[in-house]
Ligand binder design. Sequence first.
Ligand SMILES: Nc1ncnc2c1ncn2[C@@H]1O[C@H](COP(=O)(O)OP(=O)(O)OP(=O)(O)O)[C@@H](O)[C@H]1O
Ligand SMILES: [Mg+2]
Length: 367
Amino acid sequence: MPKLPSVNPFSPTFGATPPLLAGRDRILDRFCEALDTGPTHPDYTLLLVGDGGTGKTALLNVLEEQAADRGWAVITASASAEPVAKRITGEALRHLDQADACHAERTSDTEDLASSESCSPCSLLTVLGELGAVMADSGKGLLVTVDELHAVDRDDVRNIEAAIQIITRRRQMPVAFVAAALPVVEDTHLDDSHATFLERCSRFRLGPLDPDETRRALREPIIKCGSAIDDDALDAAADVTRGHPYMVQLVGFHSWQMREDPGTPISVTHASAGALEAEAAMVDQIARPIWKRLSPMDRRFLVAMLPGNPDSSLADVATRLGRSVQYARVYRRRLVAAGAISPSENGGVRFLHHAVRVRAEAAQRQQ
Ligand SMILES: Nc1ncnc2c1ncn2[C@@H]1O[C@H](COP(=O)(O)OP(=O)(O)OP(=O)(O)O)[C@@H](O)[C@H]1O
Ligand SMILES: [Mg+2]
């Protein structure tokens, strides 16, 4: 008798690699092509930009796997209390130690660094240069990834940019670089007149998955686990996610859990109950933290956006608030940076997550 499917395949956890990485084939193909071509390929240095939950970390993980599968050294770093340049230097030294243990003699430069714990741009440049050379000798390369780049200190970012710029661009060494950041990075690190490296990286925007990819992301993991989902249930589940990758995992997960018997296909009833559960989780995990950080005026702005569906013009919002368009523009900028809204075409605004709209509706009812 075939085994009944029992393990839920979905991964509604930030940073978790999904059971199926949908809609990212083009980026993956281009990155693999870049690894195989070398530093002259425009996608050898990449910047992934997307709102929370669009799958930046998940994609970084998969890109790292691609490099590791080719025998490359991989150094991963993320914004934290410790300077990122220092972490990369430390990791590179560790890789050099391993390489030493195999054969090559370490130069006196990097031996000094190993004992000094230094993290100056010069030391980062030295160790990356040396590790790049070791990897190049063996026909491989080094991939450096930095997650949450928007939260990395400006001087720290400049140090990293300067080192990669020299190693990869100027010296053409096989050291590839991928960073991921929230869109706010475009007004901060990308706007830094002292450093143009990031601006010149290939930039990929991670947006919502299209409807076909959304259905695939839901259906394939279910089928792979030996279970099934009815066609109308799949359409309903895909619709409610609006293509948001985190929501795809939530809806998939909860629809799966709604069945008493995992041997029966997921029906519309299961999908609808799963969607409700998923929407509640989105409000808790995405909308509530955003809402908590907003000022009273930010919140009034969001409530004034409610009549527009999906878009509101800035002029309409300003009128509802009884303020000038110029005044509304300041709040639009603040709310975009807070991850609550996104600018729509023709200068309007729309809710970035349906869950934030739901939270604003709740606030309106309480008024
Ligand atoms: N392409 C995809 N297809 C299906 N699910 C995905 C995809 N990308 C990410 N996910 C899922 O979406 C969720 C969010 O992904 P991830 O943590 O990578 O987002 P993020 O952009 O890094 O968010 P944050 O900005 O908050 O760090 C995870 O549960 C992940 O498994
Ligand atoms: Mg992330």
